[in-house]
Design a binder for this molecule. Structure first.
Ligand SMILES: C[S@@+](CC[C@H](N)C(=O)[O-])C[C@H]1O[C@@H](n2cnc3c(N)ncnc32)[C@H](O)[C@@H]1O
Length: 360
């Protein structure tokens, strides 16, 4: 009988690593991460404390393939993972010209492509906003990978299909010089989606402004009297239209409805949450009200909805932390559960031998 193919050791480097959502999921799938690189020093504590990997505070634009070579152990199958920040693509949409200069709007995706070219890793993965797939910088990135002989798959993934309790859609790309790759899109049916109740129901109850003494991240932001009254008048899954007229803001009174439809409302218990943003702990920035308690969700709840484990530490317990910083790290992260499925697919493809270079 033929032996099953040996699972090789895969080592990854995570560019734009943030607090380590992507790294955490890849590690859970059995991929070792040698280092994460990010220019934000706030990423160091969560990245290293939870993942045991090195953190390199650097600008990816200053990193070369030769710098990265040194991070991989000899003989390992090399993975380069990364999520170039997606904000530039909103300005891209606003019509400002893109270029690859240091301040270029899609320069960071271009930089990721440059590093792939210099390092020539066995496998590459990237995650970003779905809109990116229709943008020229992405098409250039993909054609460059094809020119380098990578097999590629990219898809918009709807997170609830992978058991993630959040209506988030992400563009995921996997490229391989080894076996063929297929982005995991999940198979969970709508009646089985993980819900807000599944992940936050058992946390201690809080009022606005109150904190859990055992978990500094389970702290509800204070609300002024008007917002407290608005929250009390909000229905789970509703909008500001549920409020009495006197509680509506001038912009609501003027608006036709479309733009302001979703701000200021409560989450629903028995559905996935809205997309967790960097401001998810703030009732005024989305449907981030708790389903029944009169407060916005806490940073801990936001992290759980992003599928970070409850024990994930975002801030050094010996230092004061800023909610704004932790909110940014949580909202920017790739849900670890999404990364886990990507990691499993990478492991499957890594079993195949590396393809030979195409002859010119
Ligand atoms: C979308 S977040 C990455 C989230 C991360 N993959 C995770 O799962 O937690 C993008 C990150 O890119 C970082 N960043 C932005 N510009 C950078 C640059 N030029 N060099 C290195 N990191 C950069 C930001 O600080 C931010 O942490």
């Amino acid at each position: 009988m033929k032996n099953p193919p040996r699972q090789p050791d895969i080592t990854g480097v995570d560019l734009f690593c943030g607090a380590g959502g992507l790294t955490h999921g890849l590690q859970k799938a059995g991929i070792s991460i040698a280092a994460g690189i990010d220019l934000d020093p706030a990423c160091e504590y969560p990245f290293t404390a939870n993942n045991g990997a090195a953190f390199i505070e650097a600008d990816v634009r200053d990193i070369s393939g030769a710098d990265l070579e040194k991070l991989y152990p000899a003989g390992a199958v090399r993975l380069l993972a990364g999520c170039a920040p997606c904000r530039p693509f909103s300005s891209f949409r606003r019509g400002r010209r893109a270029n690859s200069s240091r301040d270029g709007e899609w320069g960071l995706l271009g930089e990721f492509g440059r590093v792939v070219q210099e390092l020539n890793p066995d496998l590459v993965t990237m995650e970003n906003v779905p809109d990116l797939a229709s943008q020229r910088p992405f098409h250039i990135f993909v054609s460059e990978l094809r020119r380098l002989n990578y097999q590629i798959d990219f898809r918009s993934v709807y997170c609830p299909r992978l058991g993630i309790p959040q209506h988030r859609r992400r563009l995921v790309l996997i490229a391989s010089l080894r076996g063929a790759v297929h982005v995991p899109t999940g198979s969970v049916q709508a009646n089985r989606f993980a819900t807000v109740r599944d992940v936050i129901d058992r946390l201690p109850s809080l009022s606005a402004g109150e904190s859990d003494t055992d978990d500094p991240l389970h702290q509800a932001r204070g609300l002024n009297d008007t917002n407290l009254r608005r929250l009390r008048a909000s229905r789970p899954g509703g909008t500001w239209r549920d409020w009495p007229k006197e509680l509506r803001a001038p912009c609501h009174r003027r608006a036709t409805g479309a733009t302001y439809q979703s701000v200021y409302a409560r989450m629903e218990w028995d559905a996935p949450s809205p997309t967790i943003t960097t401001q998810a702990y703030n009732f005024g920035t989305g449907r981030f009200g708790h389903p029944e308690q009169d407060r916005s969700i806490t940073l801990r709840e936001a992290a759980l909805l992003q599928t970070f484990p409850r024990r994930y530490r975002f801030a050094d317990p010996c230092k004061r932390f800023s909610a704004q910083t932790i909110g940014r790290l949580i909202g920017n992260a790739v849900p670890p559960r999404l990364a886990y499925f990507v990691g499993k697919e990478i492991r499957r493809a890594a079993v195949e031998p590396r393809r030979r270079k195409r002859s010119k």
